[in-house]
Design a protein. Structure first.
Length: 590
């Protein structure tokens, strides 16, 4: 072993130990490892920042934006209520999510399948009261398992198929991977369903500051129009869209004020007084196609397109104190709509327009992105928190799904590589206004991308210093003395262990020729060994950095580095126990 190889192994071992220690943030650890590797000469200076241009960084960043666009569209929430209205327990929700992700991953890029379903996971988490972390890691692992089922499901399968063609003249076909892949997917999803409790609840700790300032009792008004899906339906159907978080305090029909009995049928022109969190109110407005109070905001006679909503507190010296919205006529004088009001410790029963505003009231104001800041300043209003308020914002429901579908179709037929297709999809979210430009940059998880970019050259040092060939030589020497099942298990375990550092395609390129050659030297057929390499390289459950699916859920799930082996290690052992006899049965070595 050369000095450079020793240094490469040492840097990676030290980095992994600090990751598991979990005293420093992951991006800082990765950057320190990169600097150390450059200082020791393990990573050449001119390659130090090559990770920032790597395809994986582009894919993960773009997928985060696409997932945010899909979530913002509201189509996910609508689909859940329409097709799965009764899924309220974590087990049933998790089973549905994992099955759908696994099936999609067999035929489309698994990170695309995961991006589609992540917003569903957040909706289910809110509905069941569980942390999103309970859903996201099992979904990521299900995506990896689903990719094992077909030739196009994951990169290792494609590379192994090509190598078999070069070695034997006959590549693996599309569904040669299906018997073993389907068995592993069923076994893996079953395990994840019953052992998801190994994943800790992380997200609630991360969001404690946001939860501390969240307003629970906004009062708002919505109007029933001839375009509403709730026309001539009981008010109970309207409240159902709020998932039990919203109540109605009154229904105004002309000059009459009516009690909101559950069986009261809603008529065209009715105004419904609602009380609840802004996100739940938004679900009712968007799901029922209702009209909020205020008037369409126009600029030069045209409807404004860059409309946002913000939360703001009325300060002691605000000009709004002691006045009503009707007296202020904000819609006409400043181009601002008052959508909702919250007053601490009090249930508001008056119309928003006639309610006298007080210091401490929290308002949801709607206006153009360029106009709202000056209004907040002029009226001495204090923005409540730096967070997104969807109530009253315009969403283009199907555009994000269409953009994502086009991107995945382009990769499937070979029109564009995955990073280009996903980057174009993320850009399309902005161009077609599926997500505002400011939210575009918020969706890109900077620490995750920095960690990836720093780790790529560090991990690649195993290959550049010859460390991977050294491992291969040791492997071939040991395997020569083992029986068929032992050699197969060793190939599988080694591929699993190496893939977090080489990426799965590189692992196959290093491991597959070695596996095939010593299988031939031992008098065995190579197919089972090649399949073992593909399964091992595609089953990366131990770290958040080995596969982009694991990285994609790392930030949104609030995970720590050590969370992955807690669930991934027993799953990996199960995959080994099932794969070895399964491969020997499906692909006999004699």
């Amino acid at each position: 072993m050369t000095t450079q190889q020793i240094l490469a192994f040492s840097v990676i071992a030290l980095m992994m130990a600090v990751f598991i220690w979990d005293r420093f943030r992951y991006d800082v650890v990765a950057c320190c490892a990169l600097v150390l590797a450059v200082a020791l000469g393990v990573v050449p200076v001119d390659k130090a920042f090559s990770g920032f241009s790597d395809d994986i960084v582009i894919i993960v960043g773009s997928a985060l934006v696409v997932s945010a666009g899909v979530a913002r569209s509201g189509i996910v929430d609508t689909a859940i209520k329409k097709f799965f209205p009764n899924l309220t327990t974590l087990h049933t929700q998790l089973a549905l999510l994992m099955i759908v992700v696994a099936l999609l991953s067999a035929f489309i890029k698994n990170i695309g399948a995961l991006a589609i379903m992540m917003p569903v996971a957040f909706q289910f988490a809110k509905k069941s009261g569980a942390s999103p972390s309970k859903y996201l890691m099992p979904m990521s692992f299900a995506a990896l398992l689903g990719g094992l089922m077909t030739q196009i499901g994951t990169s290792p399968n494609i590379v192994v198929s090509r190598l078999r063609g070069e070695m034997t003249g006959t590549p693996f076909t599309m569904f040669d991977f299906t018997p073993m892949g389907a068995i592993l997917t069923v076994v893996g999803i079953t395990f994840l369903l019953f052992f998801h409790w190994l994943v800790p609840s992380r997200t609630k700790e991360m969001n404690s500051i946001e939860e501390a300032v969240e307003i629970k009792n906004y009062t708002s008004e919505v109007s029933i129009t001839d375009q509403s899906t709730l026309l001539d339906k009981p008010i109970s159907e309207l409240l159902k869209l709020g998932d039990g978080e919203v109540i109605s305090t009154a229904v105004l029909r002309g000059a009459r004020r009516m009690s909101p009995f559950p069986d009261l049928l809603l008529r065209d022109g009715d105004v419904v007084m609602l009380e609840g969190p802004s996100k739940a109110l938004d679900r009712i407005v968007s799901g029922g196609k209702l009209q909020l109070s205020g008037k369409p905001l126009k600029e030069n006679g045209q409807n404004q397109t860059d409309v946002i909503s913000v939360e703001a507190i009325i300060g002691q010296d605000s000009l709004l104190k002691g006045l009503s919205a009707k007296e202020l006529a904000l819609s006409y004088t400043r181009g601002i709509n008052l959508l909702a009001i919250s007053r601490h410790g009090e249930r508001l029963t008056q119309r928003l327009g006639s309610l006298t505003l007080m210091a401490g009231d929290v308002l949801v104001l709607q206006g153009s992105r360029k106009n709202l800041p000056s209004v907040l300043q002029d009226f001495s209003l204090l923005p409540l928190a730096q967070r997104e308020v969807l109530l009253g914002t315009r969403r283009r429901a199907f555009i994000p799904l269409i953009i994502l579908a086009l991107a995945m179709a382009a990769t499937a037929v070979g029109l564009a590589p995955v990073p280009v297709a996903f980057f174009a999809a993320a850009l399309g979210m902005v161009v077609f206004r599926a997500i505002p430009l400011t939210d575009f940059y918020k969706s890109v998880d900077g620490p995750i991308l920095v960690m990836l970019a720093a780790l790529i050259p560090v991990s690649d040092s195993l290959r550049t210093t010859g460390g991977s060939e050294l491992i291969a030589g040791w492997l071939g020497h040991v395997a020569a003395s083992l029986p068929a099942w032992g050699a197969l298990a060793m190939i599988l375990i080694t591929a699993m262990a190496v893939t977090p550092f080489l990426n799965n395609a590189a692992t196959v390129l290093v491991m597959a020729p070695i596996a095939a050659s010593f299988a031939t030297n031992l008098g065995f057929k190579p197919e089972a060994f090649l399949m073992a390499v593909a399964v091992g390289a595609g089953s990366d459950f131990l770290t958040p950095v080995g596969h982009q699916c694991n990285t994609l859920v790392f930030g949104p799930g609030g995970y720590k580095f050590s969370d992955y082996p807690r669930l991934g290690l027993p799953l990996s052992l199960l995959i080994i126990l099932v794969s070895v006899p399964g491969l020997l049965y499906i692909w006999p070595v004699k």
